[in-house]
Design a protein around this ligand. Structure first.
Ligand SMILES: *[C@@H]1O[C@H](CO)[C@@H](O)[C@H](O)[C@H]1NC(C)=O
Length: 126
């Protein structure tokens, strides 16, 4: 198991699934934490989305922690519509099972405020 983490600051950015658009591989758990300034909200726009339904999925939570409220759970090949957080943190959790892969996803996040993005990638190698 590998753990990769990095952070950056900017006003908008893109979250891509690993190796997008070549397919994300198998046995993966990735977590992105997107945090903007206190009192601001974060918008997500889905530019492209293709995950193997129903086994691979992206869960969007409104907050930093694992038990934050879920505001969306997506799988399949249809682009989800825009999402806006109620808090200043979004947690994106991507899970892929042991077989098959779609193109993955390309998501733009934005706010009028500055961001921190923290990306945790956990590969579980079978
Ligand atoms: C992600 O989507 C945006 C908006 O459509 C596009 O400009 C960008 O090139 C895409 N990124 C990749 C890696 O395909």
């Amino acid at each position: 198991m590998f753990l990769v983490a990095f952070s950056l600051s900017c006003y908008h950015g893109t979250v891509l699934s690993p190796d997008y658009p070549e397919g994300y591989g198998n046995n993966m758990n990735c977590v992105w934490l997107i945090q903007s300034d206190p009192g601001s909200r974060i918008h997500l726009a889905f530019n492209d989305f293709d995950l193997e339904a129903p086994y691979d999925s992206l869960t969007v939570k409104d907050g930093e922690t694992n038990d934050a409220p879920v505001i969306g759970r997506f799988s399949g090949a249809e682009n989800p519509s825009h999402l806006t957080s109620n808090t200043n943190t979004l947690r994106l959790e991507f899970q892929a099972d042991h077989s098959m892969s779609g193109r993955g996803f390309n998501i733009t996040y934005s706010s009028t405020y500055q961001f921190k993005l923290l990306f945790l990638l956990l590969f579980l190698i079978a």
